[in-house]
Structure formats: C-alpha cells, structure tokens
Write a protein that binds this ligand. Structure first.
Ligand SMILES: [Zn+2]
Length: 415
C-alpha cells in the first residue's frame, strides 16, 4: 500500500487514524508498506502483501499473529484461505511467474475460490450498464481531480473503469482478499486495495472521496442503512458535490435467480437520509446502451417500471452534471488488449476468422442471454484487421465491432 493512503484510512470500530507500528515486524520503504501492523486507539490490524486488512474476522486475526511472528508468507496464505501445502505451492508458483494470467491464478487458488464467469464479464449485460453509469457519473463528478472508492468491488472489473477518472487512483474495498489481490495485479493495476467488511462501518475518513459506488453486491449487505449512511459520509466534503452510486441491486418485487436480501424500490429510497436519490429500472438504461447511447440519466422512471424490473440502479447526488443525457464512449485505444470476445468460437477461413456465439452453460445463457441484443449470433472479420488491432493500430471498420463487444478490451494477461 502507499504510505499516503494512511491519510484517508480510519479504524472501522473507533474511527481513529491508523499508523504503522514501527516497533513490530514490517517491510516498508518511504512510499510503500509491504507488510506490517497498523494500530489505532482500539486495536491492531495486519498489512499483508501490501494490502491493509481492516477487519477482525478469523483469517485476519491469524494473519496478524503471523506478521507479528515475522512470517508474512504464512499471513498471505491465511488471507487467501490456502490451508493445504500443495494448493499454496501452486498459488505461489503462479504468483511468482510474470507469464501467469488472471485465469492461471484463479485456477491456482483452487476449487473453493469462486471464479464464476469472469472470462465473460466485460461483455455481460450487467457490466455493460454498470460501466456506462460509472463512466457517466464518475466522469461528471471526478473529472480526474478527485478520488473514487469501489466498495464490494470484488476483483475490480468496474474499478478498472475508474482508473483514468480518479486521481489519486481509486480505492477498491472488498472482504475477499484474493479478489482485491487479483484486481491489483491484473484487472485494475495501480488501484489501492483494502480488505474490509461491508457490514461494518467503512474504514475511511469523512469526505475522502468524490465518488463512492457499490455494484452487484448491495443486496448481499445486511446492514443496508449503515452502508448507505457510510457511502454518503465518504463523499461528504465541502465544495463540489460528490455522488453515491449503487449499480445492479436486486428488487424484492421481481423474481431473480440470485440470493440475497433485496428491498423493494421504495425501501431503497428510504435508506437515503441526507441526499435525495434517483432510482432507475435497469431495463431502460440497458436499452440506451444497446442502441448506442446516449445514456439518459435525466429520465424519471415510472413506479410501475421500477416495481417490475429485477434490477435497479440508484444514483444520489446534488451535482448538476449527473442527471442529464451522457454520450457513450467507444474506446479508441485499448486500456489492456483488444481481443476477440471469448464467448465466440473461432474458425479460420482463408484470410478471415469466422465467429460463432457459444455460451459456456445453460445457466449463463439464462442469466446473461440479453447480450444477444448486441452480440451477433455469427459474424466474421478479416484476420489482418485483428492483427492490426493487436499491434495497437486502429483500423477502419473496427468501431462497430468494439461497440457491439465482438472485440473486447481485456486486461493484459487475462486468459
Ligand atoms: Zn480502532
């Protein structure tokens, strides 16, 4: 972690500042802390492989004892849940290799690690809407001059969307250490990961951010009232208003295959005491994205539309630049690498590549099949065009393929 991040970290329990306990084992340079112990008024927390662990759940307590005992590599195993030596050796080999991909490391973490459908994340409908909302709202409120936090951001697929908007780089907070570790290495390199519990007060100072978001996770939070109050506190700074965004939270009034404790739309609105939120039915935002924009955040969705949509987007801000229509961007240059969407089966056909859409499972198709609205069933592209893209050029005719996610901008060494 960056030493400067200590300025915005606070103990989730006593609210006190955290400082490196230099009398205990630590490995640090002036700017960075790799391993050590952070102390506040009430307790101490470990920093494991550069990631502060700001909760007191059993792995954190074990890791803290191991850092104190000068065994940081054991602390890393504890935080990754690697209790078997073979699995741990497999992970350590993958982590040490420059050639290892995100997929390799996920596999090395073993069958208990929930890898899910990460390979297809960058073109699934939930991501498409959330990414468009993040780019529009964070773009308006941060404009490269303030910092963002992605809470319950998992392995950083949307933290990646904040990298060029947030300054300093965004903070990614999640309970799952392995996920934020993966994000820092692959998905959102340069982000500042923090391991903390979304059901506890957030370990950050008031007004530390201009933008706070939580995507596809809020329905799993039990302490929803505290969580929203905390998000509002994090963006409560004098001057230009900040924004709180909750993407893709489930609706208690509409059936949905995933678990969690969703609220109905009126219940979500009641959580906000200090900033009046607007709530959007995801279907309307998705339709905007499918037709190529603009993303109309000036819309006021009717109660019936909200009540019947399985997923909702909530935006709370007093910023004048947010509730308006936002053009969608088509990236001209890859943040990582432009590659053929892994949902396509490819076959070489002379100087062309034939592509056929193939879902990884019937479950995937049921949950994300709406991607058919932009991913063509079959298509083909010139091999020369693909080679030019891979070489960092921007050949003619490529915009439409990128806009429809036939070609996706994936992190380097993703799979
Ligand atoms: Zn404390």
């Amino acid at each position: 972690m960056q030493t400067s991040t200590l300025d915005i970290l606070r103990c989730p329990y006593c609210g006190g500042r955290l400082t490196l306990v230099t009398s205990m084992f630590h490995r640090a340079t002036g700017e960075e802390i790799r391993d050590g112990i952070l102390g506040c008024h009430c307790c101490i927390f470990p920093i494991v492989d550069g990631i502060p662990v700001l909760h007191l759940l059993p792995p954190s307590v074990a890791a803290r004892d191991q850092v104190e005992a000068k065994r940081p590599e054991q602390a890393l195993r504890s935080m990754l849940g690697l209790d078997n030596d073979d699995q741990a050796a497999q992970f350590e080999a993958a982590a040490a290799s420059d050639a290892a991909t995100y997929k390799d490391v996920v596999e090395a973490l073993g069958p208990n690690f929930e890898g899910g459908y990460f390979l297809y994340r960058f073109s699934d409908p939930t991501y498409m809407v959330a990414n468009a909302v993040v780019r529009a709202v964070a773009g308006a409120v941060l404009h490269g001059a303030r910092r963002a936090v992605d809470i319950c951001g998992g392995s950083g697929h949307l933290t990646r969307s904040l990298m060029d908007l947030s300054s300093p780089p965004p903070v990614l907070a999640d309970l799952y250490f392995a996920k934020v570790w993966l994000a820092r290495r692959f998905t959102a390199p340069g982000c500042e990961p923090v391991c903390c519990d979304g059901n506890a007060p957030m370990p950050f100072a008031r007004g530390a951010f201009g933008y706070a978001m939580c995507s596809d996770a809020f329905q799993y939070i039990w302490t929803k009232r505290q969580f929203v109050g905390e998000m509002a506190r994090l963006v409560d700074a004098p001057g230009e208003p900040g924004a709180v965004v909750i993407n893709h939270t489930h609706n208690a009034l509409a059936w949905c295959p995933s678990h969690g404790q969703p609220l109905e739309p009126a219940g979500y609105l009641d959580l906000f005491e200090t900033i009046e939120p607007r709530i959007f039915a995801e279907a309307g935002l998705f339709a905007d994205v499918v037709k190529g924009g603009p993303l109309d955040l000036a819309r006021r969705d009717a109660r019936e539309a909200l009540d019947r949509d399985p997923a909702l987007t909530i935006v709370a801000t007093r910023h004048a630049g947010v509730f308006t229509a936002h053009p969608l961007e088509t990236p001209g240059r890859a943040r990582g690498a432009f590659r053929v969407n892994p949902l396509y089966e490819t076959r070489r056909n002379g100087d062309r590549l034939s592509l056929k859409l193939r879902f990884p499972s019937a479950d995937y198709e049921e949950e994300y099949g709406a991607c058919r609205l932009y991913l063509p069933e079959e298509t083909s592209l010139e091999l020369a065009l693909l080679r030019a893209l891979e070489a960092g050029q921007h050949p003619e005719g490529v915009e439409e393929l990128i806009r429809r996610r036939v070609i996706v901008d994936l992190p380097n060494r993703y799979y």
